[in-house]
Design a binder for this molecule. Structure first.
Ligand SMILES: Cc1cc2nc3c(=O)[nH]c(=O)nc-3n(C[C@H](O)[C@H](O)[C@H](O)COP(=O)(O)OP(=O)(O)OC[C@H]3O[C@@H](n4cnc5c(N)ncnc54)[C@H](O)[C@@H]3O)c2cc1C
Length: 410
């Protein structure tokens, strides 16, 4: 067989990092990235609101894995071999130190995704990685085993490239049919559905509260077993914020089956019902002569309190001491389990990931090679792996890329 020639399809985070790590480990390998558009690292550039949330300050692998609705057990060994610390050290040793925000998200100190994109581009060029843009791969053909190359990669332009090994780093697609360059090789695809979205809620009085947020809410979808906690934000179209995004990621497939028409129950303070009763009772007892609409509940903004009172049909002019048992219970119900009917979804700051992709059963986690198709590897979002927001999706891209590179370098 000829010297190793690796063609990486896709010039995103996973494609670039596979190429760079491969050249770092074995400079002799001929590496070429091919990209269908005229732009490289397009998602890196727009990621994290233009700041690129590179990874998450989660040093323990067991904790890190808890943030992946899909791919958790597959990623275990991969994260032991390429942890968050490896990511931090790699960027730092290449002159891009990362900083950690209060919630654990890690960004370049420059606060600019351009720093990350430029580093990857500069590093790949310096290491001699080839790049071919405006080259959309239409088919990947397996060649007879006696030849010098195992693969012929055909482009929409009619031209082709030969390779000993191919890495699929094509990212996620919204439709199953878009995976045809992979599926025609017999690689099974888990049907894609969107993850990381906000809930559309057709309620004009809720929309009027846009911008109001609470720091620790709980969201539970009726009929879905789990609930998710975190900050919650009211938007012009419904509900958003980490508690909603987490729910959308974990329940991505379930909500898709329901055509995004579900009922979300919101606990505004994420307290147990007993805890909420105690808190409300204390506030009422401390302010017996205050009108109910003038009370302050810690953690509930004023405008939201008015909305909760309206939803609970509490007479606003009543004094705290005069609240009936029925009214008290209705308020508790709306503080602990306020129902919202969802009707569709909206992207969160255009950030989204695909749940679904290459079935992990077919991939060797030690090498990222497709078990049934020797010489074909996959890294990044094309795999049926996705994380919640916070830098977890890039961490999976760096780690799967590093794993493939290690295998290809040998
Ligand atoms: C707006 C936005 C913000 C985000 N912010 C963050 C963040 O801050 N932190 C985080 O962890 N995650 C973030 N994500 C998710 C993260 O960007 C992705 O998970 C990650 O970029 C996936 O990298 P990838 O290389 O696997 O795929 P991609 O970045 O999608 O790259 C795939 C590349 O393959 C090319 N390609 C596809 N098909 C072909 C073909 N047939 N021939 C040739 N080339 C092809 C595509 O054009 C593309 O350039 C964000 C996502 C979005 C959309």
């Amino acid at each position: 067989m000829k010297d190793k020639r690796v063609v990486i399809i896709g010039a995103g985070a996973a494609g670039y990092f596979t190429a760079i790590r491969l050249k770092e480990l074995n400079p002799q390998v001929d590496v070429l990235i091919v990209e269908k558009t005229g732009k490289t690292l397009a998602k890196v550039r727009i990621s994290g609101g233009g700041r690129c949330n590179v990874t998450h300050d989660c040093k323990k692998v067991s904790d890190l894995l808890l943030h992946y609705p899909r791919g958790k057990s597959f990623l275990k060994k991969i994260f032991h071999d390429w942890s968050v610390q490896h990511t931090v050290d790699w960027f730092e040793s290449n002159g891009v130190p990362l900083k950690t925000e209060g919630d654990g998200r890690m960004f370049p100190e420059s606060d600019s995704s351009e720093t990350i994109a430029q580093l990857l581009e500069w590093k790949a060029k310096k290491l001699g990685v080839g790049l071919r843009t405006n080259a959309s791969v239409v088919t990947i053909v397996k060649l007879p085993s006696e030849g010098a190359y195992r693969w012929q990669i055909n482009f929409n332009t009619g031209s082709s490239e030969m390779a000993t090994d191919v890495v699929l780093a094509v990212g996620g697609f919204s439709k199953e049919s878009q995976y045809n360059i992979i599926s025609h090789l017999g690689v099974a695809i888990v049907p894609p559905v969107p993850s990381l979205f906000t809930f559309n809620i057709p309620d004009a009085t809720l929309h009027a509260l846009h911008g109001v947020s609470v720091q620790d809410a709980k969201v539970k979808l009726v009929g879905y077993p789990e609930s998710y906690t975190g900050p919650l934000l009211v938007t012009h179209w419904g509900l958003s914020g980490p508690a909603v995004l987490k729910t959308s990621a974990w329940a991505a497939r379930w909500m898709n089956e329901k055509a995004y028409c579900t009922t979300a129950l919101v606990s505004w303070l994420n307290l147990s019902e007993d805890g909420m009763r105690e808190m409300l009772r204390d506030v009422l007892a401390a302010n017996p002569k205050k009108r109910i609409d003038n009370l302050t509940l810690e953690g509930i903004p004023r405008r939201l309190w008015d909305y909760i009172l309206k939803r609970a049909e509490t007479p606003l002019t009543k004094m705290a001491a005069d609240l009936s048992k029925f009214e008290f219970n209705k308020l508790i119900e709306n503080l602990c389990r306020m129902p919202f009917d969802t009707d569709g979804r909206t992207m969160f700051k255009e950030e989204f990931v695909t749940a679904g992709g290459i079935d992990l059963e077919q991939v060797n986690p030690k090498t990222m090679e497709i078990k049934q198709v020797p010489g074909l590897y996959a890294t990044g979002e094309v795999l049926d792996i996705d994380g919640v927001t916070g830098g977890f999706n890039f961490q999976a891209a760096w780690a799967t890329a590093a794993t493939a590179a290690r295998a290809l370098a040998n």
